[in-house]
Design a protein around this ligand. Sequence first.
Ligand SMILES: *[C@@H]1O[C@H](CO)[C@@H](O)[C@H](O)[C@H]1NC(C)=O
Ligand SMILES: *[C@@H]1O[C@H](CO)[C@@H](O)[C@H](O)[C@H]1NC(C)=O
Ligand SMILES: *[C@@H]1O[C@H](CO)[C@@H](O)[C@H](O)[C@H]1NC(C)=O
Ligand SMILES: *[C@@H]1O[C@H](CO)[C@@H](O)[C@H](O)[C@H]1NC(C)=O
Ligand SMILES: *[C@@H]1O[C@H](CO)[C@@H](O)[C@H](O)[C@H]1NC(C)=O
Ligand SMILES: *[C@@H]1O[C@H](CO)[C@@H](O)[C@H](O)[C@H]1NC(C)=O
Ligand SMILES: *[C@@H]1O[C@H](CO)[C@@H](O)[C@H](O)[C@H]1NC(C)=O
Ligand SMILES: *[C@@H]1O[C@H](CO)[C@@H](O)[C@H](O)[C@H]1NC(C)=O
Ligand SMILES: *[C@@H]1O[C@H](CO)[C@@H](O)[C@H](O)[C@H]1NC(C)=O
Ligand SMILES: *[C@@H]1O[C@H](CO)[C@@H](O)[C@H](O)[C@H]1NC(C)=O
Ligand SMILES: *[C@@H]1O[C@H](CO)[C@@H](O)[C@H](O)[C@H]1NC(C)=O
Length: 480
Amino acid sequence: MEGLHNWNSRLVSCCILCLFLAIQATYAQGQEGFLSIQCCADSNVTEPYTNISWTTDANWYPDHRNCQDITPSDTEYDKARVFGSHLGSKWCYNLTTSKDQDYLIRGTFLSGSLPGTLFNVLIGVTPVGLVNSSDDTEVEGVFKATNDYTDFCLSKENGDPYISKLELRPSNPDYLKRETSSILKLIDRVDVGNTGSEIRYPHDPYDRIWKPEPNPDQNDNLTTLSDTNITVSNGSMILPPIQVLQTARTHPERLEFLHNDLDTGYYEYDLYLYFLEHNDSVQAGQRVFDIYINDEKRQELDILADGSRYSVVVLNFTAHGLLNLTMIKTSHGYQFGPICSAYEILQVHPWVQGTVQAEVDVVVDVRDELLKANQNNKVLRSWSGDPCLPRPWHGLSCNSSSGFSVITQLNGLCGSRGSSGSAQGIVIGTIAGGSVLVMVAVGIYFLFFYKKKMAKGKFSAKGLPMAKSESLSLLDSKIS
Ligand SMILES: *[C@@H]1O[C@H](CO)[C@@H](O)[C@H](O)[C@H]1NC(C)=O
Ligand SMILES: *[C@@H]1O[C@H](CO)[C@@H](O)[C@H](O)[C@H]1NC(C)=O
Ligand SMILES: *[C@@H]1O[C@H](CO)[C@@H](O)[C@H](O)[C@H]1NC(C)=O
Ligand SMILES: *[C@@H]1O[C@H](CO)[C@@H](O)[C@H](O)[C@H]1NC(C)=O
Ligand SMILES: *[C@@H]1O[C@H](CO)[C@@H](O)[C@H](O)[C@H]1NC(C)=O
Ligand SMILES: *[C@@H]1O[C@H](CO)[C@@H](O)[C@H](O)[C@H]1NC(C)=O
Ligand SMILES: *[C@@H]1O[C@H](CO)[C@@H](O)[C@H](O)[C@H]1NC(C)=O
Ligand SMILES: *[C@@H]1O[C@H](CO)[C@@H](O)[C@H](O)[C@H]1NC(C)=O
Ligand SMILES: *[C@@H]1O[C@H](CO)[C@@H](O)[C@H](O)[C@H]1NC(C)=O
Ligand SMILES: *[C@@H]1O[C@H](CO)[C@@H](O)[C@H](O)[C@H]1NC(C)=O
Ligand SMILES: *[C@@H]1O[C@H](CO)[C@@H](O)[C@H](O)[C@H]1NC(C)=O
């Protein structure tokens, strides 16, 4: 009854026919689609325990001058790339993705000695988290790629942004089925009952990191399944690794999980709860409990109701600051109290639309052409990620009044024309490169011209001189 008004409080369950190690076999796969970057690393390395192959970020940022050693080092990797420039406000890793594929992305930010630094982490142009240098932080999100590349960006608020590691993995598509145009930011992923170390790849093919409980309640009883023979009949089910399901927490009356470290603003969250019945003798109707979120009863659960021993429950809720997840044995004389194997708390962020793709393509082409002949130009080098969002590139103006960002002006590039290699001066390529550039500049010229024409609703030559002078000012600079 209670669960009926919650669109997604539907109990999803599937059969565990028997306990079987077979599940392990389906998990034994390679790192296809994995991208694992250690920023500022000198060489590629393979981690012995996880067998994850890490590469350097030299393809994106070859420069080692802005690398910092993090001291004291209490982590395995102890370097950070620091982005500093008065020209740029955003630094991105342009990552190759497959359109419509779901991904997990995880940035690791080791702060070292950079007090007072604050920056936003963006997936595409959607902000998913603020990094505060007072803590080492991981920011992880699940998103659906909308293009054949996705930018992972750091957008400056205060001080110089930094990053140590970046990981991209194909994700289980189930997470985004409910939230089709959203990014889910991970708040916590808890392996209930685990008192050992975290579990990730190769045990988890999606390389989700399942963390042991930070401060388990010593009064609850832990249970551990000794045999690992578990098979879930429905392969499409969202499923933690077997090592995670093997440990659980149970209590004769109630289990309480408190998280008072949620963001203080109002956010919507998706909560994934994973249950495996550990006691072979328990029958349907013997272990029934209610799930409460922040004192509201959301779901009554009998794990075995569908004849299976495994269930997943997904609930959404809105909260600010606090999650009180409590499972209480239903009053009327059931034999067993609640049991729980794992849960994930994901914060829902609506996907933010980037600048119109055709405009991005043109301006990126112009940038790349100009960069060929102006490799040390600081303005061009600061042009990273989306040209307009969250703030426009230095020298660019954008208009987002129609709901989409469009580029309206290219200016400020030629402030001190001619001084090659200076921050502002732009050199227009070699003769050969120049002809391509002329075409690109003409492309921009037509882009502006076309847009002005559209804005006025009729052909008008009035827009011409301005657009012309804008694109020509690029060419004016200096032809070498
Ligand atoms: C676990 O798997 C082994 C080997 O397949 C089998 O002999 C054993 O009976 C299984 N245990 C259970 C409880 O199913
Ligand atoms: C480690 O990964 C490499 C490539 O990803 C693979 O060839 C190798 O078999 C893996 N080794 C182990 C022990 O899993
Ligand atoms: C590191 O790996 C990347 C990607 O696989 C490759 O492009 C690069 O050449 C490698 N670098 C070294 C020093 O082996
Ligand atoms: C960053 O963290 C410090 C220490 O926890 C806190 O005092 C400060 O207010 C935080 N800054 C922001 C903008 O949240
Ligand atoms: C733990 O389990 C034991 C045996 O099953 C039981 O006697 C005890 O009451 C349990 N403790 C708690 C706090 O539930
Ligand atoms: C798995 O479950 C889904 C929905 O619960 C169902 O549509 C699908 O047919 C099932 N697949 C198998 C192989 O049982
Ligand atoms: C498992 O269930 C049986 C009967 O249903 C009960 O006697 C036994 O104590 C349970 N075991 C544990 C560890 O709770
Ligand atoms: C958590 O929720 C449960 C169920 O509503 C309630 O009994 C308990 O007092 C709450 N705990 C805290 C610390 O608020
Ligand atoms: C759960 O999600 C649905 C659909 O997105 C929404 O209408 C509902 O308000 C959400 N419930 C809560 C408690 O946030
Ligand atoms: C990202 O890289 C792709 C492929 O290399 C390229 O087509 C695209 O223009 C780049 N995007 C930006 C914003 O630089
Ligand atoms: C932005 O575009 C709107 C129409 O889409 C137009 O009315 C407005 O004047 C433009 N603003 C600027 C500063 O170009």
